[in-house]
Design a binder for this molecule. Structure first.
Ligand code: FAD
Length: 383
């Protein structure tokens, strides 16, 4: 492999692969480095939720554009990624929950978003016939859905390669230096070189940022999933709850996937994770409380991934602080799957057009520091 490129991306998960698709499509030479196979801990092992419902307002412009892209995902990456527009529900269990849904709807209307609607008890039962009798209503986003994480990650990686990007897998980045205007990136086997560096290192994004000279606060967390054997079909939409940790869906083959933010234990340095059985018990109880049909369900597999969590649960997207030829897109805080198609496109725009077509200021790494770019002589883009 010729180790020189126009852009080197660290991380071959969904966000690194998505950026590679769009940058390579502009005729630029891209090398994507990954310490493993790319996305093993997050992109390929998550819950697959494609959700605008209940998102932070700052993320909604990106999430709305991503939703349109998911509707054409086969044209974008050459595979439909198992995407299904099933609808998403956020269930209210009592009057207090209903009041929260009403407040949310008011906020959405004030901001000009109309993707969410409030449904009453009877309408909820039409969408989820097996829901527990105490559930009082829900917020619904009809156009949300879910996809297959492994299939999606493979499709994004394959499309990046077919656009001309090169994936260098099992290449852990151990050091980054800058010489004569180029980044020199050292892995255990090789040196790679490029004028532009894009950090898509997920839960390890703060480590790569540090090598570039940027300090970004990030912790690694281990969201946990459980899966049942195939059950008779009883649920079409993806379900969450206002006051409980829940992400609940039934795949087309009948298996039920249960997540929602209960966490396991992890060692970020080795990538080792372990499910926490007391958390699994709470997760199972939540599901039984809201869907009594699950009372006798079996769990055949459980796992914990590794995800980057920022202090404000918003991702880090934008130009580097200490060098204008470094860029970041990491720390998606357990909801980056849906955003993957659009963030890669925005990174290509930011790098080569000098600005992104959607607002990314709320995600700047500078929000944690309140500082100006420290190295003004490199502040011009080298497009
Ligand atoms: C259990 C679970 C459930 C989730 N459910 C949902 C959901 O339903 N909906 C949703 O929108 N989001 C969900 N998420 C979040 C979503 O999976 C992530 O936000 C998204 O996949 C992040 O993608 P990424 O490319 O930034 O990171 P990753 O997929 O983690 O990719 C980062 C890559 O960087 C590589 N890397 C790191 N350090 C180095 C280094 N030094 N050298 C070389 N390579 C390096 C890693 O090996 C990794 O492959 C969930 C996450 C988990 C764990």
């Amino acid at each position: 492999m010729n180790n020189k490129a126009d852009v080197i991306i660290v991380g071959a998960g969904l966000h690194g692969s998505s950026a590679a698709i769009h940058i390579a499509a502009r005729g630029r030479r891209v090398i994507v480095l990954d310490k493993g196979v790319g996305g093993r801990h997050s992109s390929a092992s998550n819950a697959g939720g494609v959700r605008r419902l209940w998102r932070h307002p700052d993320e909604l412009p990106l999430a709305c554009e991503a939703a349109s892209m998911w509707n054409h995902i086969e044209e974008i990456v050459g595979d439909n990624c198992g995407y299904r527009q099933s609808g998403h529900l956020k269930i209210a269990e009592n009057k207090t929950d209903i009041a929260k849904l009403e407040d949310r709807l008011t906020t959405m209307k004030q901001l000009g978003f109309d993707h969410e609607e409030l449904i009453d008890r009877d309408e909820l039962r039409k969408w989820a016939p097996e829901v527990a009798s105490h559930c009082a209503g829900a917020l619904l986003c009809r156009e949300d859905g879910f996809a297959s994480p492994f299939r999606t990650t493979s499709a994004f990686q394959n499309k990046a390669v077919s656009n001309g990007a090169e994936l260098a897998l099992n290449q852990a980045v151990a050091g980054i230096d800058k010489k004569a205007g180029s980044w020199i990136i050292q892995t255990q086997d090789h040196l790679f070189e490029a004028p532009i560096l894009l950090n898509c290192a997920g839960a390890w994004g703060d480590k790569i940022a540090e090598m570039i000279g940027d300090t970004v606060p990030l912790s690694a967390v281990a969201p946990t999933m459980m899966v049942t054997p195939p059950m008779p079909r009883f649920l079409e939409p993806v379900v969450g709850a206002v006051s409980r940790k829940l992400s609940f869906k039934q795949a087309p083959n009948g298996i039920v996937l249960i997540g929602g933010g209960y966490r396991g234990k992890l060692d970020r340095d080795t990538g080792f994770t372990q499910v926490d059985y007391s958390a699994l018990k709470l997760s199972a109880q939540t599901v039984i409380d809201l869907f009594p049909i699950m009372k006798n369900a079996q769990v055949v597999r459980a796992w914990s991934g590794i995800e980057g969590q920022t202090p404000d649960s918003l991702p880090v997207i934008g130009q580097g602080l200490s060098d204008a030829n470094a860029y970041h897109a990491f720390g998606f805080s357990s909801h980056g799957f849906q955003l993957a198609p659009v963030v890669g496109k925005l990174m290509a725009e930011l790098i080569y057009d000098g600005a992104s077509s959607l607002p990314i200021e709320p995600f700047s790494p500078a929000r944690f520091h309140d500082v100006e770019i420290r190295n003004p002589e490199t502040a011009q883009l080298s497009a």
